[in-house]
Design a protein around this ligand. Sequence first.
Ligand SMILES: Nc1ncnc2c1ncn2[C@@H]1O[C@H](COP(=O)(O)OP(=O)(O)OP(=O)(O)O)[C@@H](O)[C@H]1O
Length: 861
Amino acid sequence: MVRVNERAGASVVGVLRGLGSRPRGLTEGEAAERLAWAGENVVRPLPAPGWAPRLLRAARDPFTGVLFGLGVVSALDRAWGTAGVILVLVGVSCVLRAWGEMRADRAAAALGRLVPSTATVRRRATESCAPLAREVPVEEIVPGDVVQLAPGDVVPADVRLLRSRGFTVHQAALTGESAPVPKSPDAADDDGRLCFAGSDVASGTASGVVTATGAGTVLAATGEPPRRRTTAFGRAVNGVSWTLVRIMALAVPVVLAVNAAVRGRGWETLPFAVAVAVGLTPEMLPVVVTAAFVRGARDLAHDDGVIVKRLPALHDLGAMDVLCTDKTGTLTCGTLVVDAAAGDRDAVAWAALGSRWLLDGSDGLGLDAVDEALLAHPSDVPEPLSPGHSCVDVLPFTPARRLSTVVLARPDRPGTRMLVVKGAVEDVLARCAVDEPEREALRRRADALAGGGLRVLAVATAERPSRGRPFTSADERGLTPHGLVALRDETAPGARAALAALTAAGVEVKVLTGDHPGTAARVCRDLGLDLGPGAWDVPDAACARVLTGDRVDTLDDEALAELASRAILFARCTPAHKARVVDALRRAGRVAGYLGDGVNDLPALRAADVGVSPRDGADAARAAADVVLAAKDLTSIGTAVAAGRRATGNIATYLRVAVSSNLGNVISMLVAGVLLPFLPMLPAQVLAQNLCFDAAQLAFAYDRPGPSVLRRPARLRPEAFTRFVTLYGVFNAAADLATFGVLAVVASGERAFHAGWFTENLITQAMIMVMLRSGSAWGTGAGTGGGTGPGERTALPRPLRIAVAALAAIGLLLPLSPLAAPLRLRALPPLYYGLLAVVLAAYGAGLALACRHRSRRRHAP
Ligand SMILES: Nc1ncnc2c1ncn2[C@@H]1O[C@H](COP(=O)(O)OP(=O)(O)OP(=O)(O)O)[C@@H](O)[C@H]1O
């Protein structure tokens, strides 16, 4: 740990001297030595929370709250037995949650290590060698290292700037400030001269010396990072939890009222009523959720190289019904080539000159595909400026400005400076001093080129008197246009099929780009996206499938939410527009994903329910994303979506099976409690039965849901869930009541009743585990939004087969075993088993019919 920020205020020479460094950087030997004493540059070495804080956090969940409340009620009523059982349940549920969370954190940390972060440092092999810029893991950065920063980088440590050009950073993680902040070695105060670890570089390039690493950084001293918004998973789990909590809260007065009305019983029924409500809790939920997510994330990492950094993002991927994506590199190949025939030779030559000076001033860092294409273009015209000119300043490209400028000094024109400006046609033309017809003619030509799918830039220059103070964007005025540059980018080969597959899977794809609406519209149409009949250049609500950033600015949040749901393409978007559109879609009730790789995608990646970035995207994009893909393509996103739906399908199956069987038991207990002169189930029997159910239901984490689960976004929906568990809970209770009828005829006594119900309960539980699986032959996918195609069958995976067989076997054999006596059960006459078979056959047939009926209704045209 090193804290040397105090030196930031000194002069550059003073800072370098204080850190024992030079502008050419440390030697490799010095760096290794410093790493040994300064320790690894782990910017946020937050120790993993221990058991105590985890248990406390787990106790804040609504189920625990209700259980605890019921425990207090029981204790006040001096029902110490019930209060004790509830206390044990609260304890078990908190421990399970905390354990699940710990396991999930460990898995996420292990997965996170698969996405390495690197930084560019300037180091020398030995004292006499020339410095070399090379990428090193962020953890190996040491105080005194000279780092180079470019757009999209995450600042790896606290850095005092030595040199910068048009350099701005987002430091929202530290200050909450969302706009980029300019930084320069010449700034008046420390804040302007220092860049803090964890900031994202928004524009420009810089080099600087590391003043503090690891726990010595300002970020480490700031504490907790800002809280993330509630994601789709959080909303879904909350919804389902509160639905259950409401049912539990209702159960107590219902039991009391029924007992009072039918049997004239008073408050003495309270412990029983509380036990009934407690019986509804799906205690294994945290374990099943963790196991399903960890398994899904591990498979994705292993088989497809997809890293899920935040485990619940797997649910959000599966639930995603709209995917917003940028254009370049996703829908197109991302390798731009100058189309010399389509553009103007003069403009191409000026633009290439600008790119060359950008390259020169940035050590090759921070150039985007446009500049790279201009640099790679073989020149067929002489340089527009005579040799000997030099670059004195740069106003780099930013997605918000959509243009870049180099300021050149010419030996043949002393006392003047030449500004070479290139950028989006509208933005450059708006700064040109030309008459309206010429402006209009250039705009029309640009629109025509864009309509052919080309990316178009305008190029302009201006001469200004030289001066001491730096040039700013205010100087980009009164320009003389030199014409247009056209760049070609082929559509990505697999994009059309991948788009069709995502659409078929219920994920609507929307394109959010900074590019010209004509260029983007052409790409969308070529890939089969339906933009409707309207033209993109008519800003009219009737053809609102294409919206521009300017139009978005005119809409309030409500209007945007409505239009954004209909639009397919959003062009000329700044990073802020992209984030606003994603936000509007979420507000319209959609589960929105965002796929992007650049610094202009950061706000949208953070605004989305699930942010996705490719492995080779900007460091900042990878850091902001929840899911990192091996490559930027829509096919691998399809694979990740399928994994998310499988995990959610399994969680939904668990919830459906657990809660409908619990609800069935509650109804049966209620009825039996009124009818019988003894307790319908003894506490030990309740515990034994719950233990069997819970252990068996864990197998759902390893289920393979049927193909229908993959066909639609899988989302835990509280309303569908409530309908489902009510229906199947009643079914379950009907089977119990029929069993009670059989028991009344063939057996007598408390023990026989308990044994008969125990056997039937475990066998019906085994049956619904098979029949109510997501996407199985019978399961309807209710509660997830998934559905079953008529006639689909999926084999039971091994863990489920074992669980189901074990449940049924325990149900049948336990009352005959030596354990029967301590559990106060006893063997039943053979006639009981014969009649039970009839009840179970009727129950199975009824379940199958109900499932089929629901399935048909869901698949009706
Ligand atoms: N290096 C550059 N220099 C000057 N202008 C540029 C440069 N790169 C892009 N532009 C202009 O800015 C516009 C917006 O580009 P930007 O890179 O912000 O879009 P984007 O959202 O990344 O696009 P996409 O969705 O295709 O990835 C482009 O249409 C182009 O006119």
